[in-house]
Design a protein around this ligand. Structure first.
Ligand code: THU
Length: 130
């Protein structure tokens, strides 16, 4: 199994633990650190709806709070035919802490798309502009 397959596998398992009773749209994310560790999460919803947190964001915040600072790839898994790309706010957060990493999108069977984060977030606002 190569690095991206391993990451997709981890994201699929994390998706099983997503807490999505409102949308029933369960998502799993897995972030690979540059030293080869994998941090996973599922989306976590809330009855207020607006406080729902995407799988990508849970994974990133979990990783950062555990002390990880450098990332090489993220995988996002949903049970859909078409790719599930990170939402806009997640793209912005991923850019801040991960930079231009590959974003591997997959469903329960196969990879559906892979894009660099810079393709998904062209002309980003970041610290270079402060
Ligand atoms: N969601 C994610 O966790 N990641 C995405 O990339 C897209 C959307 C979640 C948020 C919400 O819990 C559900 O999917 C439906 O939008």
């Amino acid at each position: 199994m190569d690095a991206s397959e391993e990451l997709v596998h981890a994201a699929r398992a994390a998706r099983d633990r997503a807490i999505a009773p409102y949308s029933r749209f369960r998502v799993g994310a897995a972030l690979r650190t540059t030293d080869g560790q994998i941090v996973v999460a599922g989306n976590i919803e809330n009855a207020s709806y607006g406080l729902t947190t995407c799988a990508e964001r849970v994974a990133l915040l979990k990783a950062l709070s555990d002390g990880h600072r450098m990332f090489s790839m993220i995988a996002v898994v949903a049970d859909t035919q078409s790719p599930t790309p990170p939402c806009g706010p997640c793209r912005q957060l991923l850019w801040e802490y991960c930079g231009d990493i590959p974003v591997v999108m997959a469903n329960l069977i196969s990879v559906t798309a892979t894009h660099q984060l810079a393709e998904l977030l062209p002309m980003p606002f970041d610290r270079r502009l402060l």
